[in-house]
Design a protein around this ligand. Structure first.
Ligand SMILES: Cc1ncc(COP(=O)(O)O)c(C=O)c1O
Length: 404
């Protein structure tokens, strides 16, 4: 087995995340407590008896015997996950049997790659993206050279060049193509038409298509008719979606994720591998995640508002940067990839100094497949951290002679 490389993004975040004042590293929508969720529910659905709900939750946590619970995830949880996938229009339904419950999307991605990628398999992975997708593929395929990047370019607004992808597939004969829609770090979303073409290309080449959909359906700036469906809803069985409660639904602390696929043989394989690394997820997480997902529309409404408000703050900062900063304004998710228009700038050093001397966390482009010159900014958190963070960034530019 090849040595697992360090997870640069997570390590950079871990080093500085605790106690930072201006946290623009965070990629979750401002995380909620269960009580905050209950308040949101009571505003939207006054008919729900919130004190009774609170009592039921307390009883469940305090009185239920802590067994392994439903080994494959509770039926209620799986129905709540399936319902989200079944909101996509004109698709054959996803059932509970299509869902594998995992520890977060990180567990879902790992389990999928553990189940699907064998020695010497080639894997095409979109770039930039969450490092796990390429690094874990390299481990199971037993060589880094088996992982072929499919580059998204700033100049193309991070949209996929499908002619190039076709050539990559015809050159490398991969088993699997991995994409991430909406994308971390760029916040780009590939719309319905693009996704249809992407799926049809993989179908025509009989290649698996996995889509990390952990930021789905946080389509805060996309018209309803352009919003992409989940990858599993375009009529091709060899597609896999991974997701979780962490990002769009603001409950990362539950560590609750899932894999969804329509392929029966893959489902059997996922469950067989899962026996070795999960058994079951926590009973408490399972039941709280059920409550979260059954009320996901209330949460999404709140999170759309947060993202739309905060994105305007970032837009203003970019407009007032005298050309030092530019971006492809994201239409979804909670992250954007800001370009710094200073040639050969060491953005890793910039971000380290921002964290160590300016109490500000942003993630350098260097940890996303070496994209120096870019900063990943999370805008799903408090407006104060964005205003404060850009103020400190300005101070850094002035201190280093880039701005007066
Ligand atoms: C694209 C992507 N996939 C997966 C994950 C892991 O998410 P989770 O908290 O559900 O494990 C992250 C976390 O940042 C992410 O950005």
């Amino acid at each position: 087995m090849v040595k697992q490389e360090d997870f640069d993004v997570e390590q950079f975040m871990d080093k500085y995340e605790t106690n930072i004042v201006n946290n623009m590293g965070e990629t979750c929508c401002d995380s909620l407590s269960v009580n905050q969720l209950l308040e949101l529910i009571s505003k939207e659905k006054p008919e729900v008896d919130i004190s009774l709900k609170r009592k039921q939750i307390c009883d469940l946590i305090l009185d239920t015997k802590a067994t392994y619970g439903h080994i494959r995830g509770s039926p209620d949880l799986k129905s709540a996950i399936a319902a989200i996938y079944n909101e996509d229009l004109k698709t054959e339904g996803i059932s509970n049997d299509n869902i594998v419950v995992t520890n977060g999307a990180i567990g879902a991605n790992f389990l999928t790659l553990y189940s699907l990628v064998d020695a010497n398999d080639k894997v095409i992975v979109v770039s930039p993206t969450y490092q796990q997708l390429g690094s874990v593929s390299a481990v199971f395929s037993q060589s880094k050279v088996n992982v072929i990047p499919f580059e998204l370019k700033y100049e193309n607004e991070y949209l996929p060049d499908l002619v190039e992808l076709k050539q990559l597939i015809e050159t490398h004969f991969p088993k699997l193509v991995i994409i991430n829609n909406p994308n971390n770090p760029t916040g780009v979303v590939w719309d319905n038409e693009t996704m249809e073409k992407m799926v049809n290309l993989c179908k025509s080449k009989d290649v698996w298509l996995m889509c990390d959909e952990v930021y789905r359906p946080l389509y805060h700036s996309v018209k309803r008719e352009d919003q992409p469906k989940s990858v599993v809803n375009y009529g091709y069985a060899k597609t896999i979606s991974t997701g979780s409660t962490s990002k769009a639904f603001a409950f990362a602390g539950l560590r609750l994720g899932w894999v969804v696929t329509r392929d029966k043989a893959l489902l059997d394989n996922l469950f067989s591998k899962r026996d070795y690394n999960t058994i079951s997820v926590s009973m408490v997480d399972d039941s709280l995640a059920t409550l979260v997902l059954q009320n996901h529309k209330v949460i999404l409404k709140r999170n759309y508002d947060i993202c739309l408000k905060n994105i305007e703050i970032v837009q203003k900062e970019i407009d007032h940067s005298n050309g030092l900063l530019s971006w492809i304004r994201p239409k979804s998710g909670t992250t954007c990839f800001i370009k710094i228009n200073i040639p050969n700038l060491d953005t890793y050093k910039l971000c380290s100094e921002l964290a160590e001397q300016h109490n500000t966390l942003v993630v350098p482009g260097e940890v996303f497949d070496n994209r120096a010159g870019f900063l990943r900014v999370g805008f799903g958190n408090s407006p104060e951290s964005i205003v404060g963070g850009f103020y400190e960034l300005k101070k850094w530019f002035i201190k280093n002679g880039y701005q007066k």
